[in-house]
Ligand binder design. Structure first.
Ligand SMILES: [Zn+2]
Ligand SMILES: [Zn+2]
Length: 241
């Protein structure tokens, strides 16, 4: 990954510079994976522990699949559309109040095989009727439901999103198809949960403050003669005037 894009960050407090990778838009890039993986896990864990469970509800890990197909985009679109249809069904609405989902893609000799992994906040979901409901919207029977603690489901979901494909050459096609989609999508009442942004901060190794500024902003905001930020020129106000 020697051709990976990097940028320089400058510490506003002491001027120390570090080089960090710029997100290269490949979801499966190992150089970029670290901080994103961490942030994602935190977000999903936040959702799971801040869901307002109604009496009788628990969190469940739901997996939905469709038939494998030769064209990745068509298969992923069919999966996502089917899941949207399912969420509009009366059956779904009377069992599930909300949740979030991610897409995992695998490939075998039969073709591309995308899955939806969802954490759902629900009452008891009878397996047979769930399968029938999924079949009626997707034409496939791939359903699994498992009750698990929220943090466990959050960990699973994070790993599915960031898992590298068996054949590394698949990662470009997978990333291209998933590129316009959110890493995970809340639905139902989870839409109204206000998840914090969970910025990953790291302290400067010289002065231990976390005030980094990227080079493109540094060039714009600092004059050539020295580090003079715009706010340095603001007039000082005095309490006595
Ligand atoms: Zn990258
Ligand atoms: Zn510093």
């Amino acid at each position: 990954m020697s051709d990976h894009p990097y940028t320089t960050l400058t510490c506003l407090a002491c001027g120390h510079q570090i080089t960090v990778p710029v997100y290269c838009k490949n979801r499966f890039c190992p150089v970029c994976a670290g901080p994103r993986h961490k942030r994602l896990r935190k977000k999903l864990q936040w959702y799971c522990s801040n869901a307002h469970l109604l009496p009788g509800q628990t969190l469940k890990h739901v997996v939905l699949t469709v038939k494998s197909g030769p064209d990745l985009e068509t298969t992923v679109n069919h999966l996502v559309r089917s899941f949207r249809k399912l969420r509009q069904r009366k059956w779904w609405k009377s069992h599930v109040s909300g949740g979030a989902y991610v897409i995992e893609i695998t490939r075998s000799d039969a073709g591309w095989h995308p899955h939806i992994h969802a954490v759902v906040q629900s009452w008891f979901m009878p397996y047979k009727t769930f399968k029938t409901a999924w079949d009626s919207v997707s034409g496939a029977w791939g359903v699994s439901v498992c009750e698990r603690p929220g943090y466990v489901i959050a960990n699973y979901l994070t790993d599915y999103i960031t898992k590298l494909p068996k054949d590394i050459t698949d990662s470009k096609a997978m990333s291209d198809i998933l590129g316009n989609r959110r890493l995970f999508s809340p639905f139902g009442c989870w839409h109204s949960l206000k998840c914090p942004s969970f910025k990953v901060t790291f302290p400067c190794p010289k002065c231990s403050q976390s005030l980094w500024i990227p080079e493109e902003i540094l060039d714009r905001q600092f004059s050539r003669d020295g580090p003079k930020m715009k706010f340095d020129h603001l007039p000082h106000t005095s309490a006595r005037t």
